[in-house]
Design a protein around this ligand. Structure first.
Ligand code: GLC
Ligand code: CA
Length: 554
């Protein structure tokens, strides 16, 4: 038994959560202001995206000082106050641990540039121009950029943007610095980390060139830098030197881990409490090809991915589940056709993921059914990746208007618009123009309005949370075995959670048609996204469009 299996985590994107001092940017004091809201929602833990000193090229995922809160978010005192206040409400805090790379403005990188003989020079991956590879960085361009002051003779490596130089994990001294920082924050009373881009820390030390996979003559950086053999010893060491010394929760953002390698990451011997599963969180995203390509998908293919992930992970360890985060469009728009979007379908999506055998993560605004945004000008977008995609679309010959249309459903900014607290100007997020435009639907979709509406999405989330925490059901809903139900029925996403004493059915009718299912009687309805349920004497339930039911099979 681990507390982090039972917890429900809420992800905060601090820049967009709540602006306490009206400069248009969310901040730590804003989070403190909203702790009551989070307590009332019922979550146990918050993960806060990066708020450390940063030039904000990648919104804080480019850290220039790991020990200092960026003034735009407040002060270290504010942070300690937050840890304190949250503790009083039994809310635990996870930081975002960004240690694959730092910012080019970090003192380490500045020293590496200034002094060729400095120890910091070896904190980064630097090669002679002749030795660099043809790997394409994730935010575009070559993953090697000229090292300033080197007369174009030396280049440094970056998986992401050129302002995010990768740290050289091969260097034990650098690793020690990282462990020191991790322990520093755990000593301050935080309960763990979401660990950013961790599968990238080991690079193929041969640094081979790969056959180009694009018109630019480059090959995706992942080929030489994701989940490479040898990464396990870095992971093991990090765990022994840091996490193992505390009762903490760690969630790896571990893209590219095949199920066969899971043991390095989770379970008894793995580095983390859990790692995110990305196989089903964005089904229309092609695994290969252009970023703007759309993969057709069906509910039945999608549910098989969920079942498969549950099966593999439960053999080895534990996993979180999410349908939204700060890197991905809103779930409503990813999973539902425009003509399917309604209160019932949004609640259905929530139900599908919430009772899987996992720790549920809720991304801010998801509990309101916040949706994608559409901006008419590229200048309204902030995200570095969106700007890169826009440029790539232009390079591929699309007109500006078309490029914008392609970007709109895919941009990470869809998830980053300010949290919608009320129907007052700027959605109650701030009293001045926010750093990113508010979604124009805030008058209809906001916390104030939903708190007062018993049928709102927000109140449904509260019920889901309450049920998972209930004494009588916690054990089976958290630890119970998972197995699919009605697997062959089209558009039915259903599973059961069982232990020796209890059986719970989670049934979701993912379609706008009615559907009949047969259920063993008697049962008790624990949750229903409609006000009623139609049952016939022949043990048949008539599921309404997008109906979700959680049933206690007695
Ligand atoms: C992770 C973060 C993303 C960031 C990237 C580089 O994927 O979630 O927001 O851009 O790492 O740090
Ligand atoms: Ca502010």
């Amino acid at each position: 038994m681990n507390w982090w299996k039972e917890d429900i985590v809420y992800q905060i994107y601090p820049k967009s959560f709540k602006d306490s001092n009206n400069d248009g940017i969310g901040d730590i004091k804003g989070i403190i202001e909203k702790l009551d809201y989070l307590e009332d929602l019922g979550i146990n833990t918050i993960w806060i995206c990066p708020f450390f000193q940063s030039p904000m090229i990648d919104n804080g995922y480019d850290i220039s000082n790991y020990y200092q809160v960026d003034p735009m978010f407040g002060t270290n005192e504010d942070l300690y106050e937050l840890i304190d206040q949250a503790k009083k409400k039994n809310i635990k805090i996870l930081f975002d641990l960004v240690v694959n790379h730092c910012s080019d403005q970090h003192e380490w990188f500045q020293k590496a540039i200034a002094e060729p003989n400095s120890k910091e020079r070896n904190y980064f991956i630097i090669k002679k121009k002749e030795e660099i590879t043809n790997w394409r960085a994730i935010f575009g361009g070559n993953s090697w950029s000229p090292l300033p002051n080197s007369n174009d003779e030396e280049y440094y490596f970056h998986v992401f943007s050129k302002e995010q130089p990768d740290l050289n994990w091969e260097n034990p001294e650098l690793r020690k610095e990282i462990y020191k920082m991790i322990n520093f924050w755990l000593d301050k009373g935080i309960k763990g980390f979401r660990v950013d881009a961790i599968t990238y820390i080991k690079k193929n030390q041969q640094f081979p060139n790969f056959a180009p996979d694009g018109l630019d003559g480059l090959a995706h950086v992942d080929k030489g830098s994701i989940n490479q053999p040898g990464i396990e010893s870095f992971l093991k060491e990090m765990k022994t030197e840091t996490f193992d010394k505390y009762d903490c929760m760690t969630v790896g953002e571990a893209v590219g881990v095949p199920y066969k390698d899971l043991e390095q990451y989770v379970g008894d011997g793995g580095c983390f409490s859990m790692i995110f599963e990305f196989s089903y969180d964005n089904p229309s995203m092609p695994s290969q090809g252009n970023w703007y390509d759309y993969k057709q998908w069906t509910v039945d293919e999608w549910k098989q991915k969920i079942y498969k992930a549950q099966k593999h992970i439960s053999k080895i360890g534990w996993s979180p589940t999410h349908i939204e985060n700060h890197d991905s469009p809103r779930s409503i728009n990813k999973f539902l056709h425009p003509d399917q979007i309604c209160g019932h379908s949004v609640k259905m999506l929530a139900t599908i993921f919430f009772y899987l055998r996992s720790t549920p993560f809720i991304y801010q605004g998801q509990e309101l059914g916040m949706s994608n945004v559409h901006f008419n000008s590229i200048d309204d977008y902030d995200d570095i990746s969106t700007h890169d995609h826009f440029q790539r679309a232009l390079n591929a010959g699309f007109k500006e208007e078309e490029a914008l249309r392609l970007i709109s459903p895919r941009s990470r900014d869809n998830a980053r618009t300010p949290m919608q607290w009320s129907n007052s100007k700027y959605a109650g997020f701030s009293e001045v123009t926010p750093w990113l435009k508010v979604n124009s639907n805030y008058q209809n979709v906001n916390v104030d309005q939903q708190l007062n509406d018993p049928k709102s999405i927000l109140n449904y989330y509260k019920k889901m949370i309450e049920l998972r925490k209930q004494k009588k059901y916690c054990s089976v809903l958290v630890y119970g075995e998972f197995s699919p139900l009605f697997e062959n029925m089209k558009n039915i996403v259903a599973y059961q959670r069982t232990n020796n004493e209890q059986t719970i059915y989670i049934i979701n009718n993912f379609q706008s048609e009615y559907c009949e299912i047969e259920v063993e009687m008697p049962f008790k309805v624990l949750l229903n996204n409609y006000t009623d349920i139609t049952v016939s004497s022949q043990r048949l339930i008539y599921l309404k469009p997008f109906q979700s039911l959680v049933l206690d099979i007695e």
